[in-house]
Write a protein that binds this ligand. Structure first.
Ligand code: VG1
Ligand code: CO
Length: 542
């Protein structure tokens, strides 16, 4: 029932920031998915008879790859596969299921916030037994195997029925189709004060959540409307679609524009939120105010003890390097550790496992905690709702008070998408070669204090990750960071992260792009963005 199939390597299967992401037609090449999945298994040891979790965000090609992954798991000797009904598991739910059932690991099929459909994006990611994305030493091993693979193993059986919960046998392995929502919803009930949120909502607090036709729809319906009693219709676009309705399931101010506009209107609800394709990102908008993800991390950390799951306090906070320093000020005040990691959730795993950090966040709309080992969109929404239910203040009041206490980190990210790869690499190389000469240089009123290419020394396993982004730090605490995306599937995406710290509460009302104007100009002067990319403005500003 098991066959071994001859294959030849593909040369482009290097995992990026979050797994292998390619266009669907790339994945549809003969043996492309099989090669990668076999390379995952070939870089693991000791999984015979153990449990593997498999699920995805429901995008186009999800079901096909789930069938392949299950059949290959059986042929490679796993004892059991847990798969979400319909092949669905949000990324945080998959992380939780791996942990709850003490699985050996999991395969998560997603290209996250990237669009889906026959010519759009697909992705495969391996998560280890702690529920988190495989660390670099594992992804490096997977990549090495993809370059030398000669055969893969697959069970020669009919397709598995993914639509009925329960157990079945596939080539000597047990496949258990599980409810994708219930374990996750239960976990949320242990962390947050559901009765307090319920009564706040019953008291007229209005929310809107845009699931963006992606995976969080069923989770948000169940938790926000069914369990917490939000008004029916509070969750929008809750039916997951293979092409996300033709939209980018990216909860930012460009792709969730309608939500933003609703929240800025006169009749706006009190709280608006959205999540991405695989449910791990969050967008938070209060009535009349967008909360940047960096600020959200800081505000959630500052108020976390209001939620039962965090009542005992936080061990520490971790943020990715490009994320603003707002969380650092909270950590300082709380007297807890603050950790600065490279971009990508895989770097938080060790800190969470070692109990050094409790809450983590990235500027890219990712926030999460030690409850799982992925970022978690609905978790952030629920923590906000818990805080709002206890404080009984508006988002805008909470934000203002936070800035008054800690100062405000004006922050924005400018993305230049689908830039010519050679031009983008040239820009980064040119910046890198200038680094040594930059300290002391003046650009208008700004003086460069230090400049480097960020290296991370993991305090737990002592691994080192170099070249994680170019940082230009100015006197007074402002900074500009440049890096190239590791999740795109065509050309290069240049990300420019811009930040200014403003301690003076009288200056907390300035438009962000205005507050950052001189830094934006300095970024262009230093990197020659316009000249090298041929772009006069960013594709996306968040
Ligand atoms: C982007 C973000 C990063 C995030 C990653 C995965 O990576 O910047 O912060 O962890 O996407 O997010 P990059 O390399 O393109 O900048 V997603 O929601 O997979 O899940
Ligand atoms: Co995502």
């Amino acid at each position: 029932m098991t066959k071994t199939v001859n294959t030849t390597p593909y040369t482009d299967q290097k995992p990026g920031t979050s797994g292998l992401r390619k266009k669907v037609p790339v994945f549809q090449q003969p043996n492309y998915a099989e090669n990668f999945i076999q390379s995952i298994f070939d870089s693991l040891e000791g999984f015979a008879g153990k449990t593997l979790v498999i699920g995805g965000d429901g995008r186009f090609y999800n079901r096909e790859v789930i069938q392949i992954a299950i059949k290959m798991s059986a042929a490679n000797g796993f004892g059991r596969v847990l798969v979400g009904r319909g092949g669905i598991l949000s990324t945080p739910a998959a992380s939780h299921v791996i942990r709850k059932y003490e699985a050996f690991g999991g395969i998560v099929l997603s290209a996250s916030h990237n669009p889906g459909g026959p010519t759009e994006d697909f992705g495969i990611k391996y998560n280890i037994g702690n529920g988190g994305p495989a660390p670099e030493k594992v992804t490096d091993a997977i990549y090495a195997h993809t370059k030398t693979i000669e055969t893969y193993k697959i069970a020669d059986v009919a397709d598995i029925n993914l639509d009925a919960e329960g157990e079945q046998e596939v080539a000597g392995m047990t496949v258990q189709v599980i409810n994708p929502v219930s374990d996750y919803a239960e976990l949320m009930e242990t962390l947050f004060d559901f009765p307090a949120i319920r009564s706040h909502l019953a008291g007229g607090f209005r929310i809107v959540f845009d699931a963006m036709s992606a995976v969080t729809g069923p989770y948000a319906k169940e938790i926000l409307e069914n369990r917490l009693g939000a008004a029916k219709g509070s969750v929008l676009n809750f039916v997951p679609l293979p092409d996300f309705g033709g939209h980018h399931p990216d909860p930012n101010l460009v792709h969730a524009r309608a939500l933003y506009e609703e929240m800025m209107g006169d009749d706006a609800p009190d709280f608006g939120a959205a999540s991405d394709g695989d449910g791990d990102r969050n967008l938070i908008i209060g009535k009349g105010i967008f909360v940047t993800p960096s600020d959200s991390l800081a505000m959630l950390a500052a108020n976390a003890t209001l939620a039962p799951g965090y009542a005992k306090g936080l061990a520490g906070i971790a943020r990715s390097m490009p994320t603003s320093g707002a969380a650092d000020r909270v950590a300082e005040k709380l007297g807890i550790g603050i950790y600065e990691t490279p971009t990508g959730w895989k770097f938080f795993g060790n800190l969470l496992d070692a109990g050094l950090a409790t809450i983590c966040g990235e500027e890219s709309a990712g926030t999460g905690s030690s409850h799982v080992r992925e970022k978690d969109g609905l978790w952030a929404v629920l923590l906000w709702l818990n805080i709002l239910a206890v404080r009984k203040e508006s988002v805008v009041d909470i934000a203002r008070e936070h800035w008054t206490t800690y100062g405000r980190n004006y922050y924005s990210r400018h993305d230049y998408e689908e830039v010519d790869s050679a031009a983008a690499n040239g820009l980064m190389d040119a910046l890198r070669s200038q680094l040594a000469t930059l300290p002391g240089r003046k650009l208008g009123d700004l003086t460069i204090e230090t400049a480097d290419d960020f290296s991370y020394h993991d305090p737990v396993d002592h691994s080192v990750s170099n070249n994680q982004g170019i940082r230009i730090l100015f006197e007074g605490g402002s900074r500009v960071v440049f890096r190239l995306s590791g999740t795109g599937t065509s050309g290069a995406t240049l990300r420019v992260y811009i930040e200014r710290f403003e301690p003076d509460a009288a200056k907390h009302d300035v438009d962000t792009q205005v507050a950052l104007a001189d830094l934006i100009e300095a970024a262009d002067t230093l990197a020659g963005i316009k000249e090298r990319t041929g772009r006069t403005e960013p594709t996306v500003i968040t």
